[in-house]
Design a protein around this ligand. Structure first.
Ligand code: HEC
Length: 214
């Protein structure tokens, strides 16, 4: 009702019509995923980007790399990495993968041109790319959540993207994020996070330093 009222008072809206019924028909029609946004009976939008520009954008986007790791020669970072491996973090936050043939399908909207392929790359995402259950309070869809790739996240504090962690930003820093892994004894990461909890302060700090270096 509120939405319809707003649209009614805005004749420039693509959803505008003279009756409530017609407005809801337009909203439903235009927002339906199957509707062609450029050719339909309600409102034809103008494309904001040509197919050639979209292609260039995609080339740039596909070529983007993650930032390189930092301070890897620091003894405490090395100690943090060693502990990270020993206490089982790496069983989910898997350090390295070799990618496959990169045989993706090329959709028509990128001007029919082929995008660059990056086959057989060795990457260091620190994730198994799988979903696990951490059983945190107020969790999402049955608690399933994908292991967050940790690469690049260490720069959060200096690149301005926000230091909050976990899918809903509930953790204010790395240690809080790790302790949420042990919120429930059923958590698939419980043992690993408990080991983190029982580390010396120096080793916990070293793990955090390692997380900030990748
Ligand atoms: C059972 C698999 C598993 C294990 C073991 C595990 N994690 Fe995680 N980790 C996850 C999942 C899943 C998430 C994402 C949870 C979410 O966002 O709700 C996550 C998220 C994180 C995050 C937050 C990332 C971000 O930027 O939001 C950090 C930091 C982290 N893990 C560190 C660790 C450390 C350190 C250990 C070892 C003590 C560890 N994890 C062990 C599965 C695991």
């Amino acid at each position: 009702k509120e939405v319809i009222e707003k649209i009614k008072n805005d004749p420039t809206s693509p959803f505008w019509a003279s009756t409530d019924d017609e407005i809801s028909k337009r909203v439903n029609g235009l927002l339906k995923p199957g509707t062609n946004q450029f050719s339909n009976e309600w409102h034809n939008f103008e494309p904001e980007m040509s197919a050639d520009h979209f292609y260039e954008f995609m080339v740039w986007h596909r070529g983007l790399a993650i930032p390189r790791a930092r301070n890897l020669n620091d003894a405490r970072v090395q100690q943090g990495k060693k502990v990270f491996m020993e206490i089982g973090c790496a069983s989910c936050h898997r350090p390295s993968w070799k990618t496959g043939s990169d045989n993706y399908w090329t959709p028509n909207m990128i001007a029919g041109k082929k995008l660059p392929r990056y086959a057989n790359q060795t990457i260091y995402p620190y994730s198994d790319m799988m979903q696990h259950k951490l059983y945190m309070a107020n969790d999402i869809h049955g608690s399933w959540c994908r292991t967050t790739p940790l690469w690049g996240r260490g720069l959060a504090a200096i690149n301005g993207s926000g230091v909050e962690r976990l899918h809903d930003c509930r953790a204010r820093n790395e240690v809080e994020a790790i302790m949420w892994h042990a919120y429930s004894k059923n958590s698939h990461a419980y043992n690993s996070a408990l080991k983190f909890y029982n580390l010396s302060k120096a080793d916990r700090d070293a793990v955090v330093m390692f997380l900030r270096s990748i």
